[in-house]
Unconditional design. Structure first.
Length: 146
């Protein structure tokens, strides 16, 4: 069960989607899940970087290549809404990167087949990204509850 403060944060994200033009509950859940996943990818990459720096070794199985830093949550979350929106929508942008992870025959690839970025405006994307940034997803139970 979600603690009241986390439930309030999720409700605010839900309301932002709703007032921003996404009223289909399945679409909202789908888009929210994509954003949480993109955020988590960056958190995992940061953990790998910290471990590599501590041990003074190369990063093992990096998620993002050095040329993909603009696709990381920690980088785009503070950009101008228009810039952020274009990073999500462009070919080989944030959303395409997330969809293309995993091999062709993996369950992930089958799940992501046909995935579509449906956030309609830069303002809504920036608003939701800011809200999701404030949701602590470290606890495994929290991810399941959300």
């Amino acid at each position: 069960m979600l603690p009241p403060d986390l439930r309030s944060k999720i409700d605010k994200v839900w309301n932002a989607f709703w007032t921003g033009g996404l009223s289909n509950p399945l679409t909202v859940i789908e888009q929210m899940t994509y954003l949480l996943f993109i955020k988590r990818l960056d958190e995992l990459q940061t953990q790998k970087e910290q471990r590599a720096n501590l041990l003074k070794v190369p990063i093992e199985k990096p998620i993002f290549s050095p040329g993909q830093t603009e696709l990381r949550w920690s980088r785009f979350k503070d950009t101008d809404p228009e810039v952020m929106f274009s990073l999500f929508r462009k070919e080989d942008g944030v959303f395409d990167f997330m969809v293309s992870l995993g091999t062709n025959n993996s369950s992930y690839a089958r799940f992501m087949k046909g995935a579509t970025f449906m956030v309609p405006t830069p303002r809504l994307l920036a608003q939701v990204v800011e809200m999701v940034t404030n949701i602590d997803m470290v606890d495994r139970d929290t991810k399941g509850d959300v």
